[in-house]
Design a protein around this ligand. Structure first.
Ligand SMILES: Nc1ncnc2c1ncn2[C@@H]1O[C@H](COP(=O)(O)OP(=O)(O)O)[C@@H](O)[C@H]1O
Ligand SMILES: N[C@@H](CCOP(=O)(O)O)C(=O)O
Length: 330
């Protein structure tokens, strides 16, 4: 569960007062998520109707200076018809506020609540819709004027691996330390340059997509969004969607559907197509490293479920295996 900061009812009402959303009816901590504390807020307007919002308190890995990029991107994409939550501005027009909490100063923001559920076991039709939504997002963000470097790029994988240390990685599993020692230097040496860049989501896992049937109703959690290789975003999404829940078994049906969905909106260049196996290995390394770091460093009192780094170590080995080089063939 991700609620790092505990807020009483009075604190919550005071935090929400500058938004003039009506009377606070309920504020429920949301179990999902890793990086932030999230609450589902319900308010009652004077006329009696209720409204729902998501209140996010930024806990770690997010620089306050980046919030205008993330929240402005939501408004930019929503204005273009993408299914992303609009940001709710306070009565002074601020996109976010900084408040004092028992854990120190924290930034918080309110966004629209969107309907839909995130999927544990997607179908090919749903994977196709997600691929198309990702490509649509890439197109809609093409004229977003702000830029942000990828803070979770190759240099950060290397830093996280160093912070964990070979012994730390081996304490999770010896195979994890071996995988990093073998593949991280190779990825650094071979990482592609010259591919088309743009705004990417960079974390489009099933828990960051809300769906109703085969319709994408919400793309959420843009807090790793940045400017980087567009095809890398497809590779991240592929690594996140195209394996079964154990992380062991590749799902060719989901893979084909996701890639078809993406290609139905944006055509990959030959160079992008050729780079996908390597980009997917990088995507797997990125999540193996952030999960390994969290595994070793999550505070004992955080109500948060640690995620398994080995699931992504196995995906990296899958993508690196020449026997699987046909996965991304056009
Ligand atoms: N706009 C939204 N509409 C509906 N539910 C949301 C929205 N934003 C977040 N949530 C819910 O909150 C959970 C955690 O939000 P998320 O932004 O993914 O947090 P974290 O960055 O900690 O992963 C999501 O899995 C979803 O259930
Ligand atoms: N999707 C990542 C975790 C990133 O945290 P999030 O809860 O902000 O999406 C993973 O699965 O490792």
């Amino acid at each position: 569960m991700a609620v790092y900061t505990h807020l009483g009812a009075e604190d919550m009402a005071a935090l929400l007062a500058p938004y003039h959303l009506g009377d606070l009816v309920s504020a429920k901590g949301i179990a999902e998520g890793v990086s932030n504390s999230n609450w589902l807020i319900e308010t009652a307007r004077p006329a009696g109707e209720t409204a729902r919002f998501i209140l996010t308190m930024y806990e770690f890995r997010i620089e306050i200076a980046d919030l205008p990029y993330f929240l402005g991107l939501l408004d930019h994409l929503a204005a273009k018809g993408c299914p992303v939550p609009r940001s709710i501005h306070d009565d002074a027009g601020n996109l976010y506020r900084v408040v004092d909490t028992a854990r120190g100063e924290r930034a918080l923001a309110l966004i629209e609540f969107l309907p839909g559920v995130s999927l544990g076991d997607p179908t090919p039709g749903q994977a196709r819709a997600v691929g198309a939504a990702l490509a649509t997002l890439h197109g809609a963000a093409a004229d977003y004027p702000a830029t942000r470097a990828n803070g979770m790029g190759l240099a950060e994988w290397q830093r996280l691996a160093q912070e964990c240390g070979a012994d730390g990685l081996a304490s999770i599993a010896p195979a994890l330390a071996e995988m990093v020692a073998e593949h991280l230097p190779r990825l650094a040496a071979q990482w592609p340059t010259g591919l088309q860049t743009g705004v990417i989501h960079a974390d489009l896992f099933p828990d960051n997509v809300l769906m109703q049937g085969e319709t994408v109703t919400g793309l959420i959690d843009f807090y790793f969004a940045c400017n980087d290789i567009l095809a890398y975003d497809l590779a991240v999404t592929h690594a996140a969607w195209c394996f079964d829940a154990s992380g062991e078994a590749f799902r060719p049906d989901l893979s084909a559907a996701l890639l078809q969905g993406y290609a139905s909106v944006r055509t990959l260049s030959t160079a992008e197509q050729a780079a996908l196996p390597l980009l997917a290995q990088g995507a797997a390394m990125r999540f193996a490293m952030s999960r390994a770091y969290d595994w070793l460093n999550t505070p004992a009192d955080a109500l948060v479920t640690r995620k398994d780094p080995l699931a992504f170590a196995r995906r990296l080995l899958f993508y690196a295996d020449p026997a699987n080089s046909g996965v991304f063939a056009a």
